[in-house]
Design a protein around this ligand. Structure first.
Ligand code: NDP
Length: 447
């Protein structure tokens, strides 16, 4: 008889958990994965993927308007939210099925119920069954935070936003981060009146200042409203919708309030502390460089560890765990130079240090930039300028950071991030012939 029921029991079927389960099984481990909702996790089911599809859908508003300047006779178009919503949800279902198939093909046993940790090597399922495993991997992700505001139950989060019955006419979004700016763009493009309310006067903390300022300026020009340094007092239901009151500003009447005020590690009620696993003040599982917790048999990857809350990072952590623990090929995730993007309208993206971070670290730095109106925007009569910015070491000219806002910036930055990660300097970009006419050529023409 085997000592344990499984070699590995994964709790959570998101990006990190699925990768770890699949690869561990491929390395020969006997693996089970428990998921209480749908296989795919936040990114696939209620995050990156459906969000990006909504971004595409919303952007047609600008494309259809611009098309007229390019000679197309575009009749007055009507947008139908249920069509976009249902097509997106159908795609989510397809992906859920694809993930399930991949796990099945790799002989991972999928258990569609909630699982909690009942000891260093044991897991209790919602059905009451108890199973044992040599290793347990916590990959339960994070959950939207809802500040303690009277009436907060009338608001929604990114979990619910993909299922709206109808498109709201007036939207208030709490928070100034990723989700706030992405959904402000989506709702605005789809015709809603949008107000972003944040507790400070900073949006997208952590991104380069000039790039954030450009997004703020473009968003305001488009008609998105911003209310800074505001704290919520209450949210009340009225005959017409919702009334939101603040500590020091006038109330705002809206149809929908979306909370986008960060995501908390999803560890509540998981039995981790009882099993001896150390959690930090935010409830995140504290792990070492190999993703091992304070209990030798329990590991954690992805958002639940609150290291970097990004899907590709969770996937790498899952892969490194599987290769290290079951593949006899130990390696560690390198967190240096992780590119990231915000799919606002227009999108912005960055890799490496911002200008102020670089100055803080190195003192003097060289900054090269290009502030230009993309050719397509010129013909479309759209007064929206792109901004690319490269931060370099003052002596070696090594690239410390690269930041951009403009059409397709996430697509362009991904390729350029290879050069930044490889430690190239500005000269390597200067030595590369421009690919004309493109927006990306501005990267090799920076001054
Ligand atoms: P973010 O961390 O991006 O932003 C949170 C915002 O809410 C900030 O503006 C912050 O204000 C504010 N805030 C935080 N706590 C409170 C509070 N208690 N009361 C009021 N306001 C508060 O969180 P999101 O929810 O937008 O996204 C969660 C995470 O999901 C992101 O950090 C990111 O890692 C990931 N994500 C990534 C995406 C991508 O890669 N494109 C897209 C969507 C999400 P301030 O900064 O002023 O203090």
């Amino acid at each position: 008889m085997a000592e344990f029921d499984y070699d590995l029991f994964v709790i959570g079927g998101g990006s990190g958990g699925v990768r770890a389960a699949r690869v561990s099984a491929a390395h020969g481990a006997k693996v089970a994965l428990a998921e209480e909702h749908k296989v795919g996790g936040t990114c696939v089911i209620r995050g990156c993927v459906p969000k990006k599809l909504l971004v595409y859908g919303a952007h047609f508003a600008e494309d259809l308007a611009d098309a007229r300047r390019f000679g197309w006779d575009v009749p007055d178009c009507r947008f139908d939210w249920p069509t976009l919503r249902d097509n997106v949800l159908a795609e989510v279902d397809r992906l859920n099925q694809a993930y399930t198939t991949t796990l099945n093909n790799n002989d991972v046993e999928i258990i569609l119920e909630r699982a909690t940790v009942s000891g260093p090597n044991s897991v209790r399922l919602a059905s009451g069954r108890e199973v044992t495993a040599r290793y347990i991997l916590i990959a339960t992700g994070a959950w939207p935070a809802r500040p303690d505001v009277p009436g907060v139950e009338h608001a929604i989060t990114s979990n619910e936003v993909f299922h709206l019955e109808k498109l709201p006419k007036r939207v208030l979004i709490a928070g100034g981060g990723y989700i706030a700016n992405e959904f402000a763009g989506i709702f605005h493009e789809l015709g809603a009146d949008v107000t972003i309310v944040n507790r400070t006067d900073v949006i997208l903390r952590g991104y380069d200042e000039s790039i954030r300022d450009r997004l703020l300026q473009i968003s305001m020009t488009k008609g998105i409203k911003f209310q800074f340094n505001s704290r919520f007092s209450s949210i009340e239901k009225t005959d017409e919708g919702l009334r939101v009151t603040f500590d020091s500003c006038e109330p705002i009447d809206v149809d929908l309030v979306l909370f986008a005020t960060g995501r908390e590690p999803h560890t509540k009620g998981l039995g981790l502390e009882e099993a001896g696993v150390t959690l930090d003040a935010k409830g995140a599982v504290v792990v070492d460089e190999d993703s091992k917790s304070s209990v030798d048999s329990i590991y954690a990857v992805g958002d639940v560890t609150n290291r970097v809350q990004l899907t590709p990072v969770a996937i790498r952590e899952g892969q490194a765990f599987a290769d290290t623990v079951f593949g006899n090929k130990p390696w560690r995730v390198d967190y240096h130079c992780i590119p990231s993007a915000v799919f606002s309208h227009p999108p912005l993206a960055g890799v490496g240090l911002t200008e102020s971070q670089a100055k803080q670290k190195y003192g003097a730095v060289r900054v090269y930039s290009s502030d230009f109106r993309p050719m397509k925007n010129v013909l479309a009569n759209r007064n929206e300028r792109a901004l690319y910015k490269m931060i370099c070491h003052a002596e070696t000219d090594q690239i410390l950071g690269l930041h951009m806002i403009g059409p397709d910036s996430a697509e362009i930055l991904q390729a350029a991030a290879v050069a930044v990660k490889a430690g190239l300097n500005k000269k390597a970009f200067d030595d590369t012939v421009a690919l004309h006419p493109s927006m990306a050529e501005e990267l090799v023409l920076l001054r």
